[in-house]
Ligand binder design. Structure first.
Ligand code: AYL
Length: 541
């Protein structure tokens, strides 16, 4: 059975044996896989595209240029860009050298980017011209490679002192491969450094290896092996693990075509489905909510007949939304994916109409992934249908947090189990149901908002004595950040002043959207904020 006597749950899916060669990078793993695809990427607004041969030539050329510039295995390279057909070119080139890619949300402020730069210590950055000022403000001396928009490529732009080259130039140089002093890359080497707050505290660098990513590529394409080639719409962000493992790596190995939208916009998304006859649409729950609420207008205006699957991942999807979606779009199969940055993507998923008929399930464990449901107080591993914290183990689990032994030790145990901070149960058939979140994390439209960051910021306000930030349920966004604030004696600080203070200093998705003043923040004897008490208080009114 899938559940052993010691209450370890095994994946019911067919295992996908890892390539045995220890020296293999994820880029080579993807590019050497045979498939029948022709077009890899299409930019939905300009129509510019990359065929598979052009993609791999470009990746090779950029890698050679990077190598000539002195980029070596282990160097960290920052990428600041909205979704584009060039985003994967940068990631794949960097990883092919054994260098490490660190991505960041383009909405982040230069202060937030500066923090990530300080922590990850990149030697080089790739950025679009629009986002370049954020990097120069965050780190004035960091060398930059400009990702030009197509229409900028010919234009004579004022030369920025920190710009050492352009991606367009590097893609077309076709440097002879002898220039490339390629060092051996091992599956154990680090490939990506994405930022996540995990179960507690501020954002930390999640160290994922080539092995982690190769396993994830196998998991992603394993779902499509028996099907025709798909056309995907990419509107979820590529800087986030969800977009990265699907659109910058995994799906390329299947020969699928990916239509790239630079950001989410409902009309662009729907008209792209129609224009490119897209079959598959990976989303976050808030977009499904909007599709349900506007179903009549949408169906009157767009031909969505090509679409057969919508995948929802990254945050909980309520039963009402699933039922609403099934009713309004009866021809579209709604699938779910569950995972974490720390699990390098999908830890569980539903892969077929039949599996997703168990409304609300996050699906079956990914191939090769094991789980335990752990009673948080006693540490006891629980049998089926009992609720506890989900622990995951397997080939996609991160190596740890970057230069942070303490956070690593409290998240990964000596046997390799990852504490997810999610409260779940597993039913008799092996389906996982996520019922709550134990960790601090707030998810606003699928984006991570670490409460600890906002609390630290609130405490810098001269009129604030203490503060706690919690998730507050929201129909559209899933959750919004809400603050409990203790004012200093005599202060008449208002709710909107608190919200403005934070809004000026953080990316828009991190803004505090509700404030309640209180006389004290409830804490346990060791000073930890009793978040569950505050959440209960906030939602009981
Ligand atoms: P991070 N249902 C409920 N909660 C979810 C789900 C889901 N389907 N997916 C993610 N979460 C929550 O690191 C959960 O609390 O990565 C989890 O611990 O930004 C946390 O989000 C992790 O947040 C996919 C599907 C990748 C999902 C992902 C992971 C994206 C979230 C590829 O196909």
């Amino acid at each position: 059975g899938f559940c052993s006597s010691n209450s370890i749950y095994y994946s019911k899916r067919k295992p996908l044996p890892l390539p045995p060669n220890p020296s293999l990078d994820v880029t080579t793993f993807i590019s050497s896989r045979a498939h029948h695809g022709t077009t890899a990427f299409i930019d939905s607004s300009t129509g510019h595209h990359l065929t598979f041969p052009h993609l791999w030539l470009s990746v090779h050329s950029v890698a050679s240029s990077l190598s000539s510039m002195g980029i070596r295995k282990g160097d960290v390279i920052l990428l600041l860009s909205p979704n584009s057909i060039y985003f994967p070119v940068v990631c794949l080139s960097v990883m092919s050298l054994g260098a490490i890619i660190t991505t960041t949300n383009p909405l982040n402020t230069s202060t937030e980017i500066a923090k990530q730069i300080k922590d990850s210590n990149p030697v080089l950055a790739f950025a679009t011209s629009q986002l370049l000022p954020k990097i120069t403000a965050a780190s004035p001396n960091l060398p930059i490679i400009l990702i030009e928009e197509e229409e900028e490529q010919e234009r004579n732009k004022p030369k920025q002192p920190r710009v050492v080259d352009t991606l367009h130039n590097m893609m077309t140089k076709r440097e002879p491969s002898v220039n490339r002093v390629k060092q051996q890359v091992n599956q154990d080497d680090t490939a990506t450094l994405l930022y996540s707050s995990g179960t507690t505290g501020p954002s930390k660098g999640v160290v994922s290896s080539h092995r982690n990513l190769i396993s994830m590529v196998q998991i992603v394409i394993g779902r499509f092996e028996k099907e025709e080639l798909q056309t995907f719409i990419c509107t979820v962000p590529m800087f986030h693990i969800y977009g990265l493992v699907a659109f910058a790596t995994g799906l390329l190995a299947s020969g699928s075509t990916i239509v790239v939208l630079s950001k989410f916009e409902m009309h662009d998304m729907l008209s792209s489905i129609e224009r490119f006859r897209a079959t598959y649409l990976p989303l976050v729950p808030p977009i499904l909510v909007a599709m349900v609420n506007n179903a009549e207008a949408i169906k009157g205006k767009y031909d969505l007949s090509s679409l057969h699957s919508v995948l929802s991942g990254g945050a909980p999807l309520s039963k009402e939304v699933i039922e609403g979606f099934v009713e309004k779009y009866p021809k579209v199969t709604i699938l779910q994916g569950y995972g974490l940055t720390e699990s390098t993507g999908v830890g569980a998923s539903t892969d077929s109409l039949e599996e997703s008929r168990r409304y609300g399930t996050a699906g079956l464990l990914s191939p090769g992934t094991e789980a335990k449901i752990v009673e948080p107080e006693s540490g006891e591993a629980l049998p089926v249908n009992k609720t506890g914290e989900l622990w995951l183990r397997g080939p996609t689990i991160m190596k740890g947090y970057f230069s942070n032994e303490e956070a690593t030790a409290s998240t990964l145990d000596s046997e390799g189990w990852l504490r997810t901070g999610d409260v779940c149960y597993i039913d008799n058939d092996g389906f996982i149901f996520i019922v709550d979140r134990l960790k601090e994390l707030i998810k606003y439209k699928g984006y991570q908002v670490p409460p600890a960051e906002l609390e630290a910021l609130l405490l810098t306000h001269p009129a604030i004595l203490d503060a706690a930030v919690i998730p507050y349920p929201d129909k559209e966004a899933g959750q919004v950040p809400m603050a409990y604030v203790v004012r200093k004696p005599g202060s008449n600080l208002s709710e909107s002043q608190v919200m403005d203070f934070v809004a000026k200093q953080v990316a828009p998705y991190k803004r505090i959207r509700r404030v309640t003043f209180t006389s004290s923040v409830p804490k346990n004897p060791s000073g930890k904020i009793l978040r569950k008490d505050l959440i209960k208080l906030a939602t009981s009114k």
